[in-house]
Design a protein around this ligand. Structure first.
Ligand code: FAD
Length: 699
């Protein structure tokens, strides 16, 4: 008992969309097998733990959101530890290990974790284990899995040290310091008759969360040495390997169908972040020509009768449903077509061992099955390995079962990346590829994440057109591929495109023209104010706006706002405004030709455009990308940033563009200031800190 107490550690998670929580739960589950007791809490539950008095090691799993912010659930915690009056030894008693989650395609990679890590260090806390930074861009599991594997030894050593410090070395002998110290608990796995063919090897030295399984009969796998590996086929060595597969996740919830009548909850109940507004779409314009590679739409919302307010540069959220036919298909595969309108009651399973097990917050207490699949679960999510592991148990075909085991095993890690993660395979794709897999509804509710609302940048000014809100988006297209026999559209953009199809205006319609066909289509939105991506308060400072493709969207709002301010305040001073815009073809996807009218009426001082796919007959090829054009105006950019205290805004696709632009700016700063690259990068970092170099980028 005493030993159990000494093996306790505090496990905190700060999650935005459930990833950090899921990883903390994985740690919690493995901890039990390793002989530890993880005292797990959401970091926001500050009444349930106390770092000021915490003696046991602390493990923190924290994600990053927005532009390098800690998740909303960590805001209070971060504010508390950032109190500048705290002494430098405030957390001197604390030993901790931190796992940060992020996406390296964003500028401030893992910044949520880094911020907390840095501050804990400043306050004297010690690492008992190196910080892990996992990258969603290449697969969180590449860092998360080995980090968790190494955690147990580090924890044992930390606890040993703690005991020594406490002068309790007499009891230390109970805790050997080398692996495997914890009682080796092998998970009970229900092996169905088919899997009896898979030989179980008890390799005591392995970590206790895995079973080593070996395929003794290679004919179980429908592939042969000559076949190319795919989602459903494997080849040696994977097909012949003993497999380390994750422990079977416990089932913690149960669902009951109630054949009763009633109403589904209002969509506002799905959101915890504030008020939602159901607003009509009053206009839809296709900004691109039919032959453009991507289709961009502009939608106008009527927010006049609501309390919704925004500033140019803000983003807001759209609550979107899953594709109706995919929901039907799922119902059919689950054998629940008849039960779509049945009310579902989701409860924690009696006797569940999971600590703090609760009904998933994103599932309403009472709603129909169709409502849950349509509005609550991200059915397009890429299935995690734990989900694959659970699906193994619902699969009757031996070959399919083995392949699913491979895909969630350590040996099959690169197959998982190649055939699931990189292909964006979703549950439906898996169910088609593995037709004998028949998961239960509660498994789906347990493993599918919350269907997230989608962010969009406002593309208008409430001063220029009161009561209206514009936004612009590309319809996301996923072409068919071997793992996905049908092409699909993005969840939200595909839905919006279908919704507005009847009122779509061709791109020729002038955006300044009033009116448009009225529609009775409404969507639910809520605010997501951005505190920094705004026009400078001082109108006299110059601004540079870089927005290729749909990245131009917030700058239309900036320019509308500036135009109105200029009209209303003729005595004010207004700094120069620069726009760098780029697209593929001048005549196909130049989204806002209206930029010219801002130029003509003096709102915009400099408009620089480039077209990456248009051929040119000029002797010297024109620049293709915005970053190339920016380099042509190096002296102006340097002057605006360094002499005139101007602002530099970048918006749009994070892939390539944002880094290309910041590289160009670093080169310009280096050249103009005659400093080396490192020094130039420091200057850019200072500009970012001063919020004069601002980015709003998305994938
Ligand atoms: P989803 O279904 O969510 O798919 C989009 C992404 O999911 C893909 O890019 C890919 O990474 C992944 N994915 C899903 N399925 C697959 C698959 N089968 N294969 C491969 N990858 C897959 N977008 C705009 O167009 N305009 C804006 O103004 C805008 N502003 C934004 C502001 C902010 C602050 C943020 C964070 C994002 C913004 N976005 C904007 C992006 C927007 O929120 C959505 O991500 C985008 O519209 C796609 O949503 P979707 O539901 O249609 O696509």
């Amino acid at each position: 008992m005493c030993c159990d107490l000494k093996r306790r550690f505090l496990l905190l998670y700060a999650t935005q969309n459930g990833q950090a929580k899921a990883i903390a739960e994985e740690i919690w589950q493995q901890a039990g097998c390793q002989g530890f007791e993880a005292d797990m809490h959401c970091i926001s539950e500050m009444d349930k733990y106390n770092l000021e008095t915490e003696k046991d090691p602390v493990v923190i799993v924290i994600s990053t959101t927005g532009t390098g912010d800690p998740p909303d659930t960590a805001r209070k915690f971060v504010k508390k530890i950032q109190d500048t009056t705290l002494p430098p030894d405030h957390f001197a008693h604390l030993q901790y290990g931190l796992l940060g989650l992020g996406d390296s395609e964003y500028t401030f990679f893992c910044n949520g974790g880094k911020t907390v890590d840095r501050r804990l260090q400043e306050l004297g806390a010690q690492h008992f284990y190196d910080t892990g930074l996992a990258d969603d861009c290449v697969g969180l599991e590449l860092v998360v899995d080995p980090w968790i594997d190494g955690l147990w030894l580090a924890l044992r050593e930390a606890l040993l040290l703690q005991k020594e410090k406490e002068g309790m070395s007499s009891s230390v002998s109970a805790v050997p310091s080398s692996l495997p110290a914890a009682p080796h608990v092998v998970h009970e796995v229900n092996l169905s008759s088919e899997v009896q063919n898979l030989k179980l090897e008890d390799e005591g030295a392995g970590s206790s969360d895995v079973l080593l399984q070996k395929s003794v009969d290679i004919n179980l796998v429908p592939s042969t040495r000559d076949t190319e590996p795919s989602l459903v086929y494997s080849v040696p060595p994977v097909s012949q390997s003993a497999l380390n597969i994750p422990a079977l996740p416990s089932e913690n919830i149960e669902v009951q169908f109630q054949d009763t009548h009633g109403e589904n909850p209002h969509l506002s109940s799905l959101i915890s972040e504030g008020a939602t507004f159901e607003v009509p779409i009053t206009r839809a314009v296709q900004l691109t020509r039919e032959d453009a590679i991507k289709t961009a739409l502009l939608l106008e919302l009527d927010i006049a009768d609501t309390a919704f307010n925004y500033q140019p540069g803000d983003a807001f959220c759209v609550i979107c449903p899953n594709n109706a036919s995919e929901v039907e298909e799922l119902l059919q595969i689950l054998g629940l077509s008849e039960k779509g309108e049945y009310f579902v009651c989701v409860k924690v399973k009696q006797g569940t061992k999971k600590k703090g097990a609760a009904r998933p917050q994103h599932i309403p207490e009472r709603s129909t099955l169709r409502f849950i699949l349509t509005w609550c679960l991200e059915i397009r999510a890429i299935p995690k390995k734990a989900f694959l592991r659970a699906l193994v148990e619902c699969t009757s075909d031996v070959g399919e079962k083995r392949r699913l085991q491979e895909l969630c095993s350590r040996q099959g890690a690169s197959d998982y990346t190649r055939f699931i993660r990189d292909c964006g395979v979703c549950l439906l794709d898996l169910l088609h590829a593995f037709p004998s897999c028949k998961p239960s509804l509660n498994l789906l509710i347990e493993h599918l994440p919350k269907l997230q609302p989608r962010y969009y940048s406002v593309s208008s000014s409430n001063l220029y057109q009161p009561g209206k809100l514009w936004f612009v988006f590309n319809i996301v297209e996923f072409p068919a591929c071997p793992a996905r026999p049908v092409s699909r559209r993005g969840v939200c953009t595909g839905w919006l495109a279908k919704l507005v199809a009847p009122l779509l205006h061709p791109h020729r319609v002038m955006l300044d023209a009033k009116g448009g066909r009225l529609s009775n289509q409404k969507i639910s939105i809520f605010a997501r104010p951005n505190n920094t991506f705004h026009l400078p308060a001082d109108t006299s400072v110059p601004i540079i706006m870089v927005g290729p493709g749909t990245g131009i969207s917030p700058f239309i709002g900036f320019l509308q706002h500036r135009q109105k301010l200029k009209e209303e305040h003729t005595d004010w001073e207004f700094g120069d405004t620069w726009v760098f815009f780029g697209c593929r073809h001048q005549d196909r996807d130049y989204l806002f030709k209206q930029l010219r009218s801002f130029l003509e009426n003096g709102t915009l001082t400099h408009l620089k455009v480039c077209f990456s796919r248009d051929s040119s007959t000029a002797e010297e090829a024109p620049p293709k990308y915005v970053q190339d054009v920016i380099r042509l105006y190096a002296k102006d950019v340097a002057r605006v940033l360094l002499k005139e205290r101007g602002y530099f805004y970048v918006c749009g696709d994070k892939k390539g563009m944002a880094d290309g632009v910041s590289d160009a700016v670093v080169d310009i700063l280096g050249m103009e200031m005659e400093v080396d690259r490192l020094e130039a990068m420091k200057i850019l970092a200072t500009l970012r800190e001063a919020k004069r170099y601002l980015q709003d980028v998305w994938s």
